[in-house]
Design a protein around this ligand. Structure first.
Ligand code: GLP
Length: 268
């Protein structure tokens, strides 16, 4: 695992953007797993900038989003389809036919079948090459709340009170935050070839410390990345503030940059 600590959110987003661009240049038909939340917005802005200024091409890219609120349709302003369209898709040349986001309006009786189909679609696309993740304050990835099986697949998951409260900021006053979601499972995420996890701000410091330096546990589903063979964690100073081995991560990241040219790729 490589832990890259940047001074600011903007610097962190640029560093993550460079990794995504490198992978996209290596494989133009990249299959990207995408996350929502405020954290990856800077990364999406950086990719949009690269598309506009450098001609970064998304026309062969396929995307799979991690999750969606159950009950919110593709045009609901707080839904993740809307979020992705506004913050990323409509600004780049991605083929709308290659975009996959769980449908929050699926009929309850069809959900199991629907979730199995989402997994099949990922497999049929050749699997996810690069999965982008944020992290919840309780250490969740996607909507895999504490206690989610580390082998879980795409399914319905009930949100914790903390997550509902955290996400209430995106909803109108008085508008109810959904308490169910459809989310890729932890096991689904772990099958990606490569994972990038982003975290910014003091409110994520504890979750990051538990995920990176704590034990692997279903109580902090992000901790499962410790078992993955190819992970880069991008943090700003505040999110990294509780890490005990911060000095080593900085030393290793600097050494890694020196080796990169020689090796022609990232060491894990
Ligand atoms: C939601 C999403 C997660 C995201 C988390 C953190 O719960 N399902 O994928 O990582 O929010 O969001 P933010 O980046 O806004 O803190």
């Amino acid at each position: 695992m490589l832990v890259v600590i940047s001074r600011t959110y903007e610097e962190m987003s640029r560093a993550a953007g460079q990794l995504v661009r490198d992978r996209l240049l290596q494989k133009p038909n990249l299959v990207l797993g995408l996350a929502t939340g405020s954290t990856p917005i800077g990364l999406y802005q950086e990719l949009i900038r690269m598309h506009r200024e450098e001609g970064l091409d998304f026309s062969w890219v396929t995307t799979f989003n991690l999750d969606e609120y159950l009950g919110l349709g593709p045009d609901h302003p707080q839904g993740y389809s809307f979020f992705m369209r506004e913050n990323f898709f409509k600004h780049v040349n991605i083929d709308p036919g290659n975009i996959h986001i769980p449908n929050g309006l699926v009929e309850p009786a069809q959900i199991d079948e629907y979730c199995a189909r989402y997994e099949d679609e990922i497999k049929n696309a050749g699997g996810i090459d690069l999965q982008i993740l944020g992290i919840g304050r309780d250490g969740h990835i996607g909507f895999n709340e504490p206690g989610s099986s580390l082998g879980s697949r795409t399914r319905v998951k009930t949100l914790t009170a903390e997550t509902i409260q955290d996400n209430a900021r995106f909803f109108e006053r008085g508008e109810e935050v959904p308490c169910y979601s459809i989310t890729m499972g932890v096991g689904t995420v772990m099958e990606a070839e490569e994972i990038v996890l982003l975290a910014s701000g003091q409110s994520k410091a504890e979750a990051i410390c538990a995920a990176i330096e704590g034990g692997v546990t279903a109580q902090v589903t992000a901790s499962v990345i410790q078992l993955h063979r190819r992970v880069t964690v991008f943090l700003d100073d505040e999110a990294a503030s509780l890490l005990k081995r911060k000095d080593y991560y900085n030393f290793a990241a600097a050494a890694e940059r020196k080796f990169e040219d020689l090796r022609g790729g990232r060491r894990q």
